[in-house]
Design a protein around this ligand. Structure first.
Ligand code: HMG
Ligand code: MG
Length: 300
């Protein structure tokens, strides 16, 4: 059985779509509080074009500012060679490359075809591994069930992209239900098509919870032996280039479920709720996480 991993994507996926500008100090404190709450793997920001994702325009400064305690892994999104240069200057040893199973989404999101993105990633991955001795590279595949522009996506389309990413030598694949449409039957069908070429130990699931189905999908994949899940504190999240995408699976909801299932996460739920609360206070709205709300209600 592979090791349980929770990849906290709140500072990146969670914040990237927020229209309210969030000061760097608030982001830095959010990351520090997540670490206090138990986060061991955090996707902290993106080295994408600041005009495309203005909220994360402070990526270089953020990484120069935040303390990086031993035992916590920081990663950042990298779309191309320009992003790679910025990642190398920041000193991260983990990057996440991102493409999709849908041609239409890839073009809208990164202004490349899938083939162009894969060619770019090969160059980026080679250069990153050469420059960074303990490099770890994640390959995201978005729209694994449905594309907001082109509709349903066949598992064979997902498999084709994954085969290329594996050839490039990524260390793990994160499978994104970008707009949060999937139910367990969809995810089981996809896993049927991907296994055994892609094993649970190489895979993370990245569910958005637009329609409230993310936890059902997690439960199905836990039963199937998967142990790595992306989640975002308070269910923050969305993608500026995926109309209708809701927040990510909330880290609080994931931790509550896993702990009740007898899978120790190492996270402190109360501290996580506090970490999220500071950001929601800044955004002037309540957390989308049901477990977050329940923890607050119990404290009243
Ligand atoms: P482009 O406009 O095609 O870039 O954007 P270009 O290569 O033509 O270059 C144009 C100019 O941009 C040049 O500057 C470049 O240097 C500059 P100029 O010569 O004109 O002065 N440039 C950059 N500057 C800073 N950083 C860079 C960079 N690259 C080029 N990295 C690009 C292409 C990929 C940059 C753009 O499309 C982009 O930034 N897209 C961001 C999309 C994004 O962040 N989407 C959200 C994340 S994906 C997601 O949320 C899904 C996920 O969560 C999984 C799931 O849920 O499914 C991961
Ligand atoms: Mg996402």
């Amino acid at each position: 059985m592979s090791e349980l991993r929770i990849i906290e994507v709140g500072p990146r996926d969670g914040l990237q779509n927020e229209p309210t500008p969030i000061p760097l100090e608030v982001k830095a404190r959010f990351i520090a509080n997540l670490i206090e709450a138990g986060a061991k793997e955090i996707e902290v920001t993106s080295f994408v074009h600041p005009k495309w994702v203005p909220q994360l325009a402070d990526a270089d400064e953020l990484l120069a500012t935040i303390p990086r305690p031993e035992g916590v892994h920081f990663s950042a999104l990298v779309p191309n060679r320009r992003g790679l240069d910025r990642a190398l200057a920041s000193g991260v040893n983990r990057i996440a490359l991102f493409t999709a199973a849908s041609e239409a989404f890839t073009t809208k999101n990164i202004n490349m075809t899938i083939a162009e993105s894969l060619a770019e990633f090969r160059a980026v991955a080679d250069a990153f591994r050469e420059a960074v001795p303990n490099a770890f590279i994640r390959g995201y595949v978005s729209t694994v069930v449905e594309c907001p522009f082109a509709g349903p996506v066949a598992p064979s389309q997902v498999k084709e992209v994954i085969d290329h990413l594996i050839q490039i030598g990524v260390d793990e694949i994160s499978l994104g239900d970008t707009i949060g449409v999937a139910i367990p039957d969809d995810i089981q069908r996809l896993a049927d098509a991907l296994e055994p070429a892609l094993s649970p130990s190489q895979t993370a699931w990245h569910f958005h919870d637009t329609r409230g189905t993310a936890m059902a999908n997690v439960a199905a994949m836990v039963e199937r032996g998967y142990r790595a899940f992306d989640a975002s504190a308070g269910g923050l999240g969305g993608c500026p280039y995926a109309p209708g995408a809701g927040g990510n699976l909330a880290t609080e909801d994931l931790i509550y479920y896993l702990e009740r299932k007898g899978l120790a996460t190492g996270w402190d739920l109360d501290r996580l709720v506090q970490a999220g609360s500071e950001v929601f206070a800044h955004l002037n709205r309540p957390s989308a996480s049901r477990v977050h709300q329940a923890v607050l209600a119990a404290c009243r």
